[in-house]
Ligand binder design. Structure first.
Ligand SMILES: Cc1ncc(COP(=O)(O)O)c(C=O)c1O
Length: 442
């Protein structure tokens, strides 16, 4: 293995510092940058900054670069398509890549029967489309979503989101008719119960309390849910959670909408994270890993649900031909072995973190599926007091040692490398992470 990461300047280096100053002048201050990384190029899991420093990337550009940075087969597919056709707009014309990808995604969607696909450019657009489609199809106005959920930042997607108040500040009024309910976050059960003795009280509460007191279930269009909460802290609910929640949905004709924007496309070791829970969603929102970094969002739905009329929803760039070909190359690579690798390497990563947890009191919880793994930091294992500052300090120190990590939730760090990650890269990540936590003497 190469002698990387390689950090040979102070961080940020001189070129990075100059660019960051320029960014401050011209770029929107709404972005949240954890550390001063200015990227020039990247290959696989290795990211080079503008000063020649080399980092090990366990963020994959926020769980996007499923096939590693600049996978040669994805690049080849992009170049080939770029020579043929860059844009025509699937809203008004037909072109081959969009039609082939639609068939592929329809075939991949779990569950029996015919499926249809809508294309956008991002996760928020996929969610927005799911939200609108569900209203169109059911003619119902109410929706349930979860505390801790992140569904995107356009007005509809933001209305479904309940992640951080800063994301909503000054944007009210949002889309009405959405009720947020507690997610099955067993490490910090909102009902103060313990799994499995709780018998999924959080699910029962929906039917026994919510539907009997404030929300008429026959007016509810959707239960909008991330199979595993992403931005909320990589929170994995108990195995029966989605099955039981979906049973309630089915009883009242409510659509179960899975936001697989972060958890989908092989990341958890299965194509869709919902497959771990044995539920076939009615609608699935996809983006991030779908096209290895090219902008693409997609919505798959059972064909009888996607019954909206011509003109009811569309997007000029959605399902762009180059992005579609990148997605087809990505899916091929996932099916050829990367999805399996996510399961195998995810276990190795998880085992390594659980092992480190024995030595560090601050590692309160280690959780995840496949390569969607997080550590939640606490000041005390008993009280579980969140260690927000420690979490941020660890991310910053890891960066200084050449390891790229990202936070999630209030006090967790996520590990979401590309699905191409190998054992040596995971061991390197674990060793740097171990050094950082030890040096901080937590
Ligand atoms: C589960 C989930 N849904 C939707 C989104 C929004 O995606 P985008 O940023 O592409 O709009 C995200 C982004 O992090 C996400 O994690």
């Amino acid at each position: 293995m190469k002698k990387w990461p390689l950090i040979h300047t102070p961080l940020p280096g001189p070129k990075a510092r100059k660019l960051i100053n320029q960014d401050r002048t011209y770029v929107s201050p709404s972005y949240t940058r954890y550390y001063p990384l200015v990227v020039e190029k990247a290959k696989g899991l290795w990211v080079h900054d503008v000063d020649g420093n080399i980092f090990l990337d366990f963020t994959a550009g926020i769980a996007v670069c499923a096939t590693g940075h600049c996978h040669p087969r994805v690049i080849k597919a992009i170049k080939k398509q770029a020579d043929l056709l860059l844009h025509m707009s699937g809203t008004d014309f037909y072109y081959t890549p969009q039609i082939i990808l639609a068939k592929k995604l329809a075939d991949l969607m779990p569950g029996k029967g015919a499926k249809k696909v809508y294309f956008g450019n991002s996760g928020a657009e996929a969610v927005e489309a799911a939200f609108k489609l569900a209203r169109w199809h059911t003619k119902r106005e109410l929706n349930l979503a979860f505390y801790g959920a992140f569904h995107g930042r356009t007005m509809g997607a933001l209305s479904l989101t309940a992640s951080k108040t800063i994301q909503k500040k000054h944007y009210n009024p949002l889309v009405p008719g959405i009720t947020h309910i507690p997610f099955s976050y067993c490490y910090r059960c909102p009902y103060n119960l313990s799994y499995p003795e709780c018998e999924l009280g959080c699910v029962q509460w929906v039917e026994d309390t919510l539907f009997r007191t404030t929300i008429p279930p026959e007016e509810v269009a959707t239960i909008f849910v991330e199979p595993i909460q992403g931005e909320g802290g990589y929170i994995v609910p108990p195995p029966e959670f989605h099955r039981e929640m979906n049973k309630i949905a089915k009883k009242y004709g409510i659509l179960y909408v899975a936001d697989e924007v972060q958890s989908g496309m092989g990341r958890t070791g299965k194509m869709f994270a919902m497959e771990h829970f044995g539920v076939d969603p009615d609608i699935i929102a996809l983006a991030k890993g779908i096209a290895s970094g090219m902008p693409l969002g997609a919505l798959t739905a059972r064909a009888e649900i996607m019954d909206w009329e011509a003109g009811s929803h569309a997007s000029t760039f959605g399902g762009n031909p180059v992005s579609c070909m990148a997605a087809l190359a990505t899916i091929e690579l996932l099916e050829e072995g990367l999805m399996k690798n996510a399961g195998v390497q995810g276990k190795h990563l998880m085992d390594g973190l659980v092992n480190l947890q024995q030595s560090y009191e601050c590692m309160g919880d280690v959780r995840g599926k496949g390569l969607m793994v997080a550590v939640e930091f606490v000041k005390d294992r008993e009280t579980k007091e969140p260690a927000r500052t420690w979490r941020n300090d660890i991310i910053r120190h890891a960066f200084e040692k050449g390891l790229l990590l990202l936070g999630c939730g209030e006090n967790s760090i996520r590990f979401c490398p590309s699905l191409t990650v190998n054992t040596a890269e995971i061991d390197k990540c674990l060793s740097i992470f171990d050094d950082v936590v030890r040096e901080m003497a937590l």
